[in-house]
Design a protein around this ligand. Structure first.
Ligand code: KIV
Ligand code: ZN
Length: 508
């Protein structure tokens, strides 16, 4: 492998899942890990097994099912944590134990209440303990960028002696600035005599909006692994965005002169999958994967792009797999054409999934003149990649207006039986959700609600992403329909289905 090769370490399922309000079940995590493998990331951090039985099960399922990439599990530098992490990881083809301990004086004094000597000894013991299980061990010096650099260098030297194969230097609180962070990585190379025995990694947070810039500065100064999350999700302001790092290294390859091994065409699809399963929408002006990232509004720009694309486009949207939402299928299209088209779009559906998707397509095609690639992608996420539904919406009637109390009548199917309820509310969506509550006897609180159009035109499919609190826990819901009230109620029911599913499968 060339010395210029940069390893992409994806932490969407661990640090990304620490985003407020995000809670993924095991099936969703496996689906994401499979997509990350198709994208071609080198390492997938599948979770933090000690954090909860659900996290443990998810790491174990990913370790069993996702074969090519390295599968990492995070643990504190504590023997019991390490043991449990190995238990979750041991069936992976390429397992990695990722253990961490803070090295900054602030963390030592206030959080750990330990001396530098104690922390050094603990870090070394943890790495030795992990190496008894696994030949691939990563050590992260939490809050590295705010640590005393000489103490940090000593810890790094000793953990490498103890067997760490990767040493990660996080900017845990997103405090660094690029020039300084690059210099910091260079200093570690200068001060750690055995640094060539390990891969140096960076992990930057975005509190000052500099996570990607800091990560790239780290790479320019010798880091060979970069930790990042899809759409930049993660603790607080998030992690460095995976798609931005990849496209910066690709688009400016003459500058960085680094190699990565990625299927660029999977980037957009990966971003969409994460946003739909986490319920965290991508801001329209987000670099690379935002809705406007390749949209040219000004006449001068449009004219320029029509004459020569490179006048205003530094990347091609097709490279990242962005479909331009062209008309593809209509209501007369048959199952065969539908299947071919879905395969072209990259959806490898089995016959059962195809049946579900085709039925949903016909339903949409009846309501909508043009069914676009974006509609089809949304439909697969809504109908095929969703958890089993206990409650299905079969009827919705709303009466609402400026001078009447909004009233909703709802029918839900539960195990082939239809149940009906009516309710009033502060608005039509509220009324319908209250009617749903009456039937399910599950009472959700809508915390967050976002409506967007999947495609353009008056008959566009509306997508509603919501966050619902039930029994003190948050669930993301997603609903799709040409009718926005129906999309909203479906989103609410989707979250209730997730809650119900989790109750039936407590370790998922
Ligand atoms: O931000 C951080 O320091 C981390 C470590 C656990 C790697 O997420
Ligand atoms: Zn982090």
């Amino acid at each position: 492998m060339s010395g210029n090769r940069i390893y992409l370490f994806d932490t969407t399922l661990r640090d990304g899942e620490q985003s407020p309000g995000v809670s993924l079940n095991v099936e969703e995590k496996v689906e994401i890990a499979q997509q990350l493998a198709r994208l071609g990331v080198d390492i997938i951090e599948a979770g933090f097994p000690i954090a909860s039985p659900g996290d443990f099960t998810a790491v174990q399922a990913i370790a069993r099912q996702v074969r090519e990439p390295v599968i990492a599990g995070l643990c504190r530098a504590i023997p019991h944590d390490i043991d449990r992490t190995w238990e979750a990881l041991c069936e992976a083809e390429n397992p990695r134990i990722h253990t961490f301990l803070a090295t900054s004086d602030i963390h030592l004094k206030y959080k750990l209440q330990k001396s530098r000597e104690e922390v050094l000894a603990q870090a070394v013991e943890a790495v030795k303990h992990a190496r008894r299980y696994c030949s691939d061990v990563e050590f992260s010096a939490e809050d590295a960028s705010r640590s005393d650099v000489d103490f940090l260098a000593l810890v790094i030297e000793k953990v490498i002696d103890a067997g760490a194969t990767v040493v990660n230097l996080p900017d845990t609180v997103g405090y660094a600035v690029p020039e300084e962070f690059g210099q910091f990585i260079r200093t570690i190379y200068e001060k750690v005599p055995n640094i060539d025995k390990a891969i140096v990694s960076v992990h930057c947070h975005d509190d000052l909006g500099m996570a990607v810039a800091n990560s790239l500065a780290g790479i320019a100064n010798g880091a060979r692994q970069v930790e990042c999350a899809v759409n930049g999700i993660g603790e607080r302001a998030g992690n460095a965005a995976l798609e931005e790092i990849i496209m910066a290294l690709y688009t400016r390859r003459a500058f960085y002169e680094k190699d990565i091994n990625i299927n660029y065409g999977e980037l957009f699809r990966t971003s969409r999958l994460i946003s739909s399963l986490t319920g965290m929408q991508v801001q329209p002006n987000k670099a690379i994967v935002g809705k406007n990232a390749f949209a040219h509004e000004s006449g001068i720009h449009q004219d320029g792009v029509l004459k020569e694309r490179t006048t205003y486009e530094i990347m091609s949207p097709e490279l990242i797999g962005l479909s331009r939402g062209t008309l593809v299928l209509g209501k007369h299209s048959g199952r065969h054409a539908f299947k071919e088209h879905m395969t072209e779009l990259g959806f490898a559906l089995n016959e059962d999934e195809l049946d579900v998707a085709f039925a949903a397509f016909k339903e949409i095609a009846d309501k909508k003149k043009e069914v676009t690639n974006d509609d089809l992608e949304a439909l697969v996420k809504d109908k095929v990649w969703s958890i089993p539904e206990r409650f299905t919406l079969t009827y919705l009637h709303i009466s609402s207006g400026t001078s009447i109390v909004p009233t909703a009548t709802v029918k839900l199917t539960i195990e082939n039986m239809v149940f009906e309820a009516a309710a009033t509310g502060d608005g039509p969506v509220d009324a319908a959700c209250r009617a749903v509550d009456k039937i399910t006897d599950i009472y959700g609180k809508m915390l967050d609600y976002k409506l967007s159009a999947v495609s353009s035109g008056k008959d566009a499919l509306g997508e509603v992403l919501s966050h619902i609190e039930i029994d003190g826990k948050q669930y993301g819901g997603r609903g799709l329909s040409t009718d926005i009230i129906e999309a909203s109620v479906k989103s609410y029911i989707n979250a209730i289905n997730k809650y119900y599913y989790e109750k039936q499968h407590p370790h998922s």
